[in-house]
Write a protein of this length. Sequence first.
Length: 388
Amino acid sequence: MKLLYLDCFAGISGDMLLGALLDLGVSEEHLRCELAKLPLSGYRIEIRRVTKQHIVATKFDCIAGHGHDHRSYSEIAAMIFNSALPDGVKQRATNVFHALGEAEARIHGIPLEKVHFHEIGAVDSIVDIVGVCIALRALGAEEVQAASPPLGGGFVETAHGKFPIPAPATLELLKGIPTQSSSERCELVTPTGAALLVEFCQKFGPMPAMSVEKIGYGAGARDLETTPNVLRAVLGNVSTGEADIVTVIEANLDDMNPQCLGDVMERLLVNGALDVFLTPVQMKKNRPGTLLTVLCAPSETDRLAELVLTHTTTFGVRIHEARRRKLHREIVTVNTSFGPIEVKLGRLAGRVVTRSPEYESCKRAAALANVPVRDVYAATARAAEEIR
């Protein structure tokens, strides 16, 4: 699978993303020809190479003349849909503006129809957003992932006044997306950059295991104090096996009644833990203890950590993230002399590499036939060997 990974260690904006995509090899001529289909005038495009703290990157600039920069969502949507752009580009670009409009509407407490864009209604922002949609379509990546973006700090001047960083619209758009703090006292993620992340990125976290083909750098406008102001875009291939990020929560327990550990395990599993296991450990002062380990989705971390803290005797938990590589899982039913039995298949690149009879299904069939579970399990395993 062809994957585009956005390593936004210095944040992200529309022009940075477009510069990075051009640096990856998207044709400048193709971009200009497609943008010309947009019923928009009074601007010119400059694309040049710049250096940011010893990293050479592509800088994309849309230079617009003075004009009517206050547009409503409906005006922008009509402009895009009345163009000769491909339907996929039209839909993606409209989705980005719709997300921006909804964020502004929630912040100001008004309906979407009454939202008038100021900065993001300007010609350069329209070109940035539509240009990114054109470039991503041309690149042909099947999936887009991104690093957790740093937000920056301080204040930014907008058409509505002086706002804290991250800007309210940026923070509204990034709800549910993991972010990072930064020592840079400036805006690192613009509302446009946030909206593009929301529209195109399926996952956020460390770069997955991949075979890297190309690397592109898109430059931002300012020079940062401690970080090269560039967006790194990595294009490559990942195996068709599944991969994800999980949170690992751990606690050492040496003063808890072991009979209560079973209740804790059940509570964690009922509340969404992916797995829970107990490991005997030898602790300080040569005391025997138990290591409680919980695996969960990153979104469930705080809730399950609080459950561990309130239902065990520990005074603290350790939390870290771990990558998982998984087989694609599938449950099928095979016919045996004991009746139909469920089998879990594990596929890698479409090929079955693991066949595992489901224990509970074998147990039910064994009870009905009054035979040992091992007999049903063995018969099911033989039947499952025929599955390819």
